[in-house]
Design a binder for this molecule. Structure first.
Ligand code: NAD
Length: 483
């Protein structure tokens, strides 16, 4: 995969078979800017075939016993691990993600499929007695959740395998067919997933991958055979999808500008070192291209001056550059335009009074990890989603002001709070308008099984295998009389 040969690839995987179309999509290596592959876009008849097969598979997939669907998901996990080198190299080649992080992503995706397998066999229902009130004598209610129908999964470039797994595993676990539309910048690893799921013993149409352009993708969203749209990506695209199909069940996993607060009690040298190390990684790993990358750091004024040099030291220890080196944490951004944009945001913040404590340089698609202080509150680097290796640090006075500042964002994915005080932890949980509060760590923490998602402009609904299974299904009641 590190070679330079351009290959032509089939751009769809339907009913367990690769399908080639006529038009192609170029995939470029962000590190070298070389053309990696020309991926065939699915032709209209392939799109039709995938949608129709998914529609027709809805009944037959649900009839497949849970243990066989669990076997298929375990097979996906095993297949990913067996082909770890190839899948991880593909991710690095098409996205520039450092190879160590690509391998970690493959491990995580295998875990996501394993969770799907486990949850598939646990997924049952709930009995409720109805004779607890007069009128319900001899009656019993059985509540089960059934798929809302086939799922259209749309994924972004930054975790091309694990975010696909987060849509496929819960869909197959509940017995819902899924059509996956991967990001055009990173289709190759998703197509490998299609290959890995071949011969998994599920009905044709249970799972397809379609590489299409965004116009065709909008048509997929509108298609009545796809009643569930599970979208992960940027806010403007996500909210446009939601507005285009208001009657559909739409889940939006969008972006953010995640914040972390260091409280006054998090004050020993070891505390500050630990927070700095975690923040340095959480802000910069894989070029800060995570929806929960640390972007805003709020530090209690009593520890602010001591914290800054420790943070800078930790950031400067990160290995930046060649994504193929196992030591690298910060590789290139997805393309040069993305790096250029970060450079412009930093320049604008500096013009508004910000100081660069470290970083701030852009070379091709590489941005050096950047720490800013005194950034004006209205700077884009504070207000918008950076999606790059840049963070701002500001001092706050006390927990009240700290929590207010942490919550002062249009977004609401996750927040981190460094405190030893359990009352402050509970208070943050009560008061912060976010999808999750991470205590004693950065907002970037995510485990595959935990419910994950955002509020405000960061989205609607939750992923995490079990949460997505609930999302893809609707409760239906069976009331039995005379029992
Ligand atoms: P993007 O919004 O540009 O693209 C996401 C997907 O939407 C791609 O597959 C794209 O082809 C597709 N798309 C574009 N226009 C469409 C249309 N009209 N109809 C249907 N599909 C369309 O996002 P990106 O640049 O690939 O990814 C980065 C973004 O994803 C960031 O904002 C990041 O925060 C977000 N993200 C969120 C999460 C989360 O779980 N909340 C996770 C990862 C990334």
């Amino acid at each position: 995969m590190t070679g330079t040969t351009t290959v032509r690839r089939a751009g769809a995987w339907i009913a367990g078979q690769p399908v080639s179309g006529s038009a192609t999509l170029p995939v470029r290596d962000p590190w070298t800017d070389e053309l990696v592959a020309e991926v065939a876009l699915a032709d209209p008849e392939h799109v039709e075939q995938a949608l129709q097969l998914a529609h027709e598979a809805a009944g037959s997939l649900l009839a497949v016993p849970a243990h066989r669907r669990a076997d298929a998901l375990r097979q996906a996990a095993t297949g990913l691990l067996e082909r770890m080198d190839e899948v991880a190299a593909t991710i690095t080649r098409e996205s520039g993600k450092p190879i160590t992080w690509s391998r970690a992503e493959v491990q995580r995706a295998a875990l996501t499929f394993r969770w799907g397998a486990e949850e598939a066999v646990r997924w049952s229902g709930e009995l409720q007695r109805l004779d607890s009130e007069p009128g319900g004598d001899g009656r019993l209610a059985l509540q089960r959740r059934f798929p809302r129908g086939p799922v259209l999964g749309i994924t972004p470039f930054n975790f091309p395998v694990n975010l696909a797994a987060h849509k496929i595993a819960p869909a197959l676990a509940v017995g819902a067919p899924i059509v996956l539309k991967p990001a055009p910048k990173t289709p190759l690893s998703a197509l490998l997933l299609g290959e890995i799921l071949t011969d998994c013993g599920l009905p044709a149409g249970a799972f397809s991958v379609l590489t299409v352009d965004d116009e065709v993708a909008a048509g997929l969203v509108a298609d009545p055979r796809m009643p569930v749209v599970s979208f992960t990506g940027s806010g403007p695209v996500g909210w446009a999808i939601r507005n285009a199909v208001p009657r559909k069940h739409v889940t939006l996993e969008l972006g953010g500008n995640a914040g972390v607060l260091i409280c006054p009690d998090w004050s020993s040298d070891a505390d500050l070192r630990q927070a700095a190390r975690r923040i340095a990684t959480g802000a910069n790993a894989q070029g800060g291209q995570s929806c929960i990358s640390v972007q805003r750091v709020l530090v209690d004024r009593t520890v602010y001056e001591r914290f800054l040099p420790v943070l800078v030291e930790e950031v400067e220890q990160l290995v930046v550059g060649d994504p193929w080196s196992p030591a690298t944490t910060v590789g290139p951004l997805i393309n040069r335009a993305a790096a250029q944009r970060i450079g412009e945001w930093v320049t604008a913040a500096v013009a508004g009074g910000a100081r660069v404590l470290t970083g701030g340089t852009v070379t091709d698609a590489l941005v050096s990890p950047t720490v800013l202080v005194d950034a004006p509150a209205d700077a884009q680097v504070c207000q918008d989603e950076a999606f790059g290796p840049v963070l701002t640090v500001a001092a706050v006075d006390g927990v009240d002001e700290g929590l207010r500042a942490l919550d002062d964002s249009r977004f609401g994915l996750q927040a981190g709070i460094f405190t030893h005080d359990i009352q402050t932890a509970f208070r943050a949980h009560r008061e912060l308008e976010v999808g999750g509060v991470i205590v004693g760590d950065i907002p970037t923490f995510r485990a595959e099984q935990m419910p994950y998602g955002g509020v405000k402009e960061s989205g609607i609904g939750r992923e995490g295998v079990r949460a997505a299974m609930e999302d893809y299904t609707e409760s239906r009641l069976l009331v039995l009389s005379g029992v």
